[in-house]
Design a protein around this ligand. Structure first.
Ligand SMILES: [Zn+2]
Length: 142
């Protein structure tokens, strides 16, 4: 099955600006639904060192993880629910998703995100432009 692992940590949302404990999913580790947090070691997961040659392959711990974070603040969850109705006809379990890279230091998970990549469609402008799709279907979460 196409699975993933999760890292849970505090993060400021690139959409709403709220800081909360978020789930970040990655497919770069064992894909066994493990939960990690900053400070945990994942040094057993390695990559080929860039300067390696075919005759001398050197491996090192991963330098970062490719992750997808999700904000579930009230504002972001409303946008996410409307967006999922637009995309698939019903809400999903996800909040407002954004891509990012999470820095690893000597194989240890840090709390430093970079290359944060918000989704163009996770905006009020986008979901309101498609109001005809979610109107009558969207229900606020209590
Ligand atoms: Zn948010």
């Amino acid at each position: 099955m196409g699975m993933y692992d999760s890292i849970f940590m505090e993060c400021k949302c690139p959409y709403c600006g709220e800081t909360s404990r978020m789930e970040f999913q990655t497919k770069d580790l064992g894909r066994t639904l493990y939960s990690y947090e900053p400070g945990n070691s994942v040094s057993e997961f390695t990559e080929i060192f860039p300067a390696s040659t075919p005759d001398n392959v050197v491996r090192r711990p991963l330098q970062h993880l490719n992750v997808n974070g999700q904000c579930k603040s009230a504002k972001c969850q409303e946008i996410a629910d409307k967006l999922w109705i637009i995309l698939q006809g019903r809400p999903s379990g996800f909040g407002a998703i954004f891509g990012a890279k999470l820095k690893l230091v000597n194989g240890i998970i840090s709390n430093e995100l970079f290359d944060i990549d918000p989704n163009d469609r996770c905006t009020e402008e986008y979901v309101n432009a498609h109001k005809n799709v979610w109107e009558g279907i969207y229900k606020p979460r209590i």
